[in-house]
Design a protein around this ligand. Sequence first.
Ligand SMILES: Nc1nc2c(ncn2[C@@H]2O[C@H](COP(=O)(O)OP(=O)(O)OP(=O)(O)O)[C@@H](O)[C@H]2O)c(=O)[nH]1
Ligand SMILES: [Mg+2]
Length: 354
Amino acid sequence: MTNQQISSPPRDFLCPITREIMQNPVLLIEDGHSYELYALQRWLRDHNSSPMTNKPLRDRRFVHNFNLKNAIEEHCAQQETLTFANRFLSFNIRSGRIPSEWNDKPTLKIRLSLLGGSNVGKTTLARCLQYGVQSSFVHLNTSATVGPDLIFCYLDQLYENKYVIIIQLADIPGMERYESCCDNHFRNCHGALLLSDSTDIDSLERTELYWYKQLQTKGKDDVEAILVCNKIDLFETNCDVHYRRIFYQRSEHFASSHNMPIYHISALRGDNIQAMFKQLILRILQNESLLQQIKENSIGYDQISNRKESIRRTSSIQVSIQPSSSSPPSSSSSSSPRQNDNEGNSSGGCCKFA
Ligand SMILES: Nc1nc2c(ncn2[C@@H]2O[C@H](COP(=O)(O)OP(=O)(O)OP(=O)(O)O)[C@@H](O)[C@H]2O)c(=O)[nH]1
Ligand SMILES: [Mg+2]
């Protein structure tokens, strides 16, 4: 779905009298030109000549030009589709309630999962998307996620001019001890963000050897994945040139060998977050098989909203639909004091080499 140009209409589609695109083209038999019906009738009331050649008319009869009418209608439909597609491409991801005028629109739900070792910044990224980078929630100290936590956002443009798109983002715990509760999110997600901490090259290796493999084994065959190197702010300031070169090489190699886009982001500073989610969402929508599954499985936003309380009561999953300045971020109820479950991911320290 690339940004396509809306073209101006061919000259033949314009009425020579009004210079506007015709809706009811009629062919004036004697001069062989087509005109808008009402414009030609008005012309013939005052003139006895051809509007195009100005020559006197002996025969004032005209007939409907159905071929031209069909061609014009097809052109207009194509342009309308392009307009909607281009408007959709300017979408932003928003949290909170969807606009009330969309309540009766069909809803498509895209499921994304945040995957990666403990401490790489998944919860911080989820908060950044949900509350915005300015929010103090993003900068709050996080505990290790026990979750998984679910966050819901929506796109502020309609897809195909009719579908509301809801994004369900699953923040998966990175600690090994909580892995068993996540299979569902490997299996069901349409897109995965494979996170690593740019300042900890071990976390990149574990993302490739463990998280990517898990996704391959348990996930959908056609799942769209994206490699995310987080904490670029620390990487730029704290890591030396030698480390940065090696990290770039390895991350590029990992991404290109699995045909994944790569994004260097800072969840704390908000760098590249919207662009990254946008690209992943567009890749999913361009994937015909995934789009088909999304269309078949989608449920309404209201249903999600109505289920909020019951989900809270029945599991550790917490659903956040609306950010509220008084309530804590979603991970708070499903997190535990951070402990180091595996050596490779634990330090979050800077400039280590594998
Ligand atoms: N400097 C910097 N720190 C970050 C960034 N993203 C996350 N952090 C910090 O990294 C630490 C871990 O972040 P979390 O978001 O809790 O990590 P997580 O991946 O959710 O970890 P688990 O829940 O254990 O799986 C926190 O102290 C964050 O503030 C970033 O972009 N830059
Ligand atoms: Mg977390």
